[in-house]
Each structure stands twice: as C-alpha cells, then as structure tokens.
Design a protein around this ligand. Structure first.
Ligand code: CP3
Length: 348
C-alpha cells in the first residue's frame, strides 16, 4: 500500500521501532566544515546575524540534508540565545568560543524571571516554520535547547573559560541562587521548546554538554531533575513530542537518564562503552550517538571500521546513528558522506 506521507525513519526509531538500518543525523551537521555554510555565514555578517535571519538560518539548516540526505535536520540556532534574550550580552570571540557579559549574579534573578523572551526569539520560530515547510515529509526537524546546568555554566562564567568547576563551587556556596537560576531557565526553556514545536519541530533535543564531573546528588538536582521537568512540561502542552537528552560526560549515570520514562532517546558521548550501553541503556530507551567526532577528521579505514562496529553493536535495537559530540570545523565533508553510506549499507 502506498501512503501519501511516510512517517520519517528517524521518528519511527525514536518511537521504539527497530529498522534494518539506523537513521542518521549528526550533531553540528551545519557548520564551518561546509563551504556552503561559510558562504551563507559571510553573507549574514556574523554567527548571531545568521541565527536571527530566518531565510539564511533555514538555508543552513537544510544544507546538510541536501548534501548528505540525513534523516533529520536540526534547527540552526544556539543554546545561548536564551541568556541573550534574558539580557546578557552574547559574543563569540574568534578562537575562544562564546562569551556572556556580565556574569549573572543573585541580583539579576528577579529581572530575569520577569523578562519576556518571546519577541527576541521570534525569528528562531520563523526559521522553524520556514524549514519545516521546505523539508520533505520523510525528513524530521529537530528543535533544541541547552539544559539549565550547561546554559548556567556559560551565564556564570562570563568569560570564555566556561568552567563548570566555577559553577559547582557557587552551587555549594549559594545553592539557593543556583536553584533560582535553574528554575528560571526551566521556565524559559519550556516556553522556547513549546514555541519550536508549535512552529513545526517534530522532536526536541536538550544538550547538557557540561553535565560531566558533577557528584551524583548534584547531577540529579541540577541536570537530571530540571531536564525531566522540562520534558514533562513540554509533553503536557505538546503531547506526543519526542524528547532526546544528551548528558555529556556523566559516565554510568547516563543509565538514570535512560531509565526515566519521560525521555524518548538518550545520546551517548564518545567515551561511553558501546556494549555496556546496548546492555544497560537499550532495554529502557532509544540510544543515539557514540562515534568519536575526531574519527571524521581522520577518515579512512579507521573511521569506517569504527562506524560499522558501532552500528552492529546496536543491531536489533532502536538505535540512531550519530556522533558522541559535534562535528568539528576540520572535518572533510566527504568523510561525512561516507558515514551516511555506511549507515545505509544494508538498505538496498
Ligand atoms: O548543526 C547543528 O548542530 C545545529 C546548530 C547548533 C549550533 N550550536 C550552531 C553553532 C546547535 C545544536 C548548537 C548547540 C550548542 N551551542 C551547544 C550544545 C552542543 C555542544 O556542542 O556541546 C553548545 C555548548 C553551544 C555553545 C556554542 N555555540 C559553542 C561552544 C560554540 C562554538 C564556538 C566556536 O567558535 O566554535 C557556538 C557557536 C556555534 N553554534 C557555531 C555553530 C555552527 C559556530 C559558529 C560559527 O563560527 O559559524
């Protein structure tokens, strides 16, 4: 039977179906490693101008789909647009990374709580709308946000050091301040993600890039529980929306994220044991990711063997092929094309 619109392979697997070959998308699949991205970015002026120009942001969201035929597109935006909308000054220092000034302090809490972020972030929702309209029905569109802990690390660090240790120290000295900051970020992130779904996002990912290194009680309090709260509230407003989480660097604690009934998929970083993840995580959640992004810089046999081994580890389970962190600007695009081919080797 022919269906006019086939549900995307990505969404099928995210709902727990097992397919012969895994769907594939990569974190940071849009970015400086692509010459066509560099052209559009130059036209936009700066990275932030690009994020706030719906036509151009939609174009760079679609570029990797056109070039590699990925199963899912990820909205082109950034996790730091929320602190920017809250009133911090966001800049990207060449070679240093993002910077938010001035660092947030307890005196900012009430102002941030009252702040309306919807106007500033409206162009992001417009990007989602345009991208969903331009995407083929069998391709999914992923919306995203940063986890409160990771966004908080940048908000408190001020400078480019983005030092999770600094935030941990403050968490012990003034836990009420961190709790209040996280509560605000939970509220604003729910609003941001719900608006992305309303504009057409098919699934959501929450990135907790700096979750690693937290003792387990703090990890539950500042990472797992706030993300769970976000996912629950988004799903209460937008029933059926799949939510994926990426608690990077948390080691065996990733099992607690997988055991939660609120997440649809858990992304694993490059240091997670594949066999362990298959045995411990796959029975509870869809697993996504795991391939060391540095392999995409090296390419060749080493990359291909690793990719095949990773994919075969998760055979027979609902698994989404992805990296253990984002693609780097040094990745030759042909290595990405090769990985997509490898993921689809069985599908002929
Ligand atoms: O393709 C995609 O993945 C979609 C877009 C996306 C970007 N950032 C675009 C971007 C996504 C999902 C993010 C998430 C993000 N942003 C995270 C979580 C994921 C991760 O990588 O851990 C974090 C920690 C950020 C904060 C941030 N923004 C960093 C660390 C950087 C890199 C700074 C640099 O100079 O490399 C950015 C900027 C950024 N965000 C770029 C892109 C494509 C590079 C911008 C450019 O110079 O063109």
């Amino acid at each position: 039977m022919n269906f006019p619109q086939s549900k995307s392979a990505f969404l099928q697997v995210l709902s727990g179906e097992v397919r012969e070959t895994p769907p594939v998308w990569f974190m940071r699949q849009a970015g400086r490693y692509l010459p066509e991205y560099r052209d559009v970015r130059a036209k936009a002026g700066s990275f932030l101008d690009l994020c706030f120009s719906p036509d151009l942001a939609s174009e760079v969201t679609l570029q990797p789909i056109r070039r590699f035929d990925f199963d899912a597109a990820i909205l082109f935006a950034d996790i730091l647009l929320i602190p920017m909308a809250l009133g911090q000054h966001l800049s990207f220092v060449e070679g240093e990374g993002p910077r938010l000034d001035p660092p947030v302090g307890p005196a900012d809490i009430d102002r941030f709580r009252e702040r309306d972020i919807s106007q500033i972030l409206a162009p992001v929702y417009e990007t989602v709308r345009k991208t969903r309209a331009a995407l083929a029905p069998d391709k999914a569109l992923i919306g995203f946000a940063g986890a409160p802990w990771t966004v908080g690390v940048y908000m408190l660090a001020g400078g480019p050091s983005r030092d999770p240790v600094a935030l941990r120290a403050i968490a012990y000295e003034n836990p009420a301040f961190i709790d209040a900051l996280i509560e605000i970020l939970v509220d604003k992130t729910v609003e941001y993600l719900v608006a992305q779904v309303a504009a057409g996002a098919d699934a959501l990912q929450i990135f907790d890039t700096w979750a690693g290194g937290l003792p387990e009680d703090l990890l539950r309090r500042f990472s797992l529980e706030p993300m769970t709260e976000i996912a629950r509230r988004v799903k209460a407003i937008c029933p059926g929306t799949p939510v994926m989480v990426f608690p990077r660097g948390v080691g065996a604690m990733v099992a607690e994220y997988a055991a939660s009934d609120v997440y649809d998929a858990v992304s694993i970083d490059a240091s997670t044991s594949w066999d362990w993840a298959r045995k411990t995580l796959s029975p509870h959640a869809v697993v996504q990711g795991g391939l060391d992004p540095l392999l995409t810089v090296a390419g060749g046999e080493t990359m291909e063997k690793a990719a095949r081994a990773l994919i075969s580890t998760f055979e027979g389970t609902p698994y989404i092929f992805n990296l253990g962190h984002g693609l780097t600007p040094q990745t030759p695009p042909e290595n990405v094309a090769r990985l997509v081919e490898i993921a689809r080797e069985g599908r002929r």
